[in-house]
Design a protein around this ligand. Structure first.
Ligand SMILES: Nc1ncnc2c1ncn2[C@@H]1O[C@H](COP(=O)(O)OP(=O)(O)OP(=O)(O)O)[C@@H](O)[C@H]1O
Ligand SMILES: [Mg+2]
Length: 366
């Protein structure tokens, strides 16, 4: 089957809250998911991820906007007419049905004959690694196995689209990492367009072609994991994806796309980015911990600072450092531990000018 495109056009949804009155759960959300693409909606709790996904599935009707699957406007179609596979956080398996019957259910509802059902269910159970589990019941399965049944049940109907709402959040950390790889492989093998919801940014980065970062019912930025991490558009995205330092700085001069700014009494030439700044303006700048260079205190060109805390994390060491009344997060990847520092020790700090980002909530409009 050909993979299809999904298109959301200006989707809005409000709910009636008993105390707050009308609350806007989803606010003018638009995005396209290309055929065969894996798009993840990522954002803090309550930002509207599940509501958006439920509108794509047809469990919820948007107040405004249209939803297309392929060329078809499905906004007014019932959920069971959309041919969508949905995988929920709590699996939602039928407890009184065997694994086989759980997976076969959707095909029976469609009126398929017993023989082709047996073939389809067997194929799909093989695909998700559950060969031999046909006669087990949900309560006899581990969490990971139950999630595989849910996955099998979603794909057995050969849906046009796969939707996932935090499918791994009931699993332990190791299994989550394993299962997210399985989900991604299955989605690629079947080449089904997928929309996935999570609030775990590492999970989003690991599985997605594109990530849509949401906050308060809106899409803040859509991009690949790399684009969002390296070139966030806003302080929100910079702080939500990975760790980042925020420091006060002052704009000293502007020439073309270059800005001279003062940061901890030193001047740096930095790219202006897409934000509007004025000479003399006090702004916040953003620096990722792993771009900060730690050197010996004797390093003349470096800023003088003091280590406050050192956390050994195996492949890296996280430092908290006191610099001029500010706390700096710095991460050091130093496999041979040649440049290791201890608490209370003096260090030198250097910032890469290319790693200093100017970000404001309001983007420059030009
Ligand atoms: N049926 C409903 N009735 C009233 N308000 C609702 C309903 N469903 C969701 N909301 C509200 O809409 C907002 C968005 O909820 P939604 O479930 O989409 O968030 P979410 O991003 O999935 O959050 P989480 O990560 O916690 O699952 C929340 O403020 C929530 O309280
Ligand atoms: Mg949710």
């Amino acid at each position: 089957m050909e993979a299809v495109k999904i298109r959301l056009e200006n989707i809005s949804k409000t709910f009636l809250h008993r105390v707050k009155g009308e609350v806007s759960a989803v606010n003018q959300v638009s995005f396209d998911v290309q055929p065969g693409e894996f798009l993840t909606m990522l954002g803090p709790s309550g930002c509207g991820k599940t509501t958006t996904l439920r509108m794509i599935a047809g469990f919820e009707r948007p107040d405004k906007g249209r939803i297309f699957i392929g060329e078809e406007d499905v906004t007014d179609l019932m959920a069971n007419q959309r041919n969508i596979g949905f995988v929920f956080q709590n699996y939602a398996l039928f407890p009184h049905l065997s694994v086989f019957e759980n997976v076969a259910y959707g095909l029976k509802v469609k009126g398929m004959e017993r023989t082709p059902i047996e073939k389809s269910v067997t194929d799909v159970l093989n695909l998700v690694g559950l060969k031999g589990f046909e006669r087990q019941f949900p309560h006899q399965l581990s969490g990971g196995e139950q999630q595989r049944v849910a996955l099998a049940r979603a794909v057995v109907i050969q849906p046009r689209v796969l939707l996932f709402d935090e499918p791994l959040s009931n699993l332990d950390a190791k299994l989550r990492v394993y299962m997210r790889g399985e989900i991604r492989r299955l989605q690629k093998t079947l080449s089904i367009t997928a929309v996935y919801v999570t609030h775990d940014q590492e999970e989003a980065m690991a599985v997605s072609d594109h990530i849509a970062v949401m906050n308060e019912g809106r899409i803040i930025q859509i991009g690949t994991a790399e684009q969002l991490y390296l070139k966030p558009d806003s302080p929100f995205v910079a702080q939500f994806i990975g760790k980042i330092n925020v420091f006060p700085a002052e704009i000293k001069a502007i020439a073309n796309n270059q800005v001279t700014l003062q940061l901890f009494k030193k001047e740096y030439q930095v790219s202006r980015g897409s934000h509007h700044v004025k000479s003399g303006e006090k702004i916040n700048i953003f620096v990722r911990p792993e771009t900060i260079i730690l050197t010996e205190p004797s390093d003349e060109g470096a800023l003088k600072a003091t280590i406050v805390e050192r956390v050994f994390l195996g492949e890296k060491v996280d430092y908290l450092i006191q610099l001029d009344g500010h706390l700096v997060n710095a991460t050091s990847y130093d496999p041979l531990r040649q440049g290791s520092f201890s608490p209370n020790q003096e260090v030198g700090i250097r910032f890469h000018p290319e790693a200093i980002q100017i970000l404001k909530e309001e983007r420059k409009r030009d």
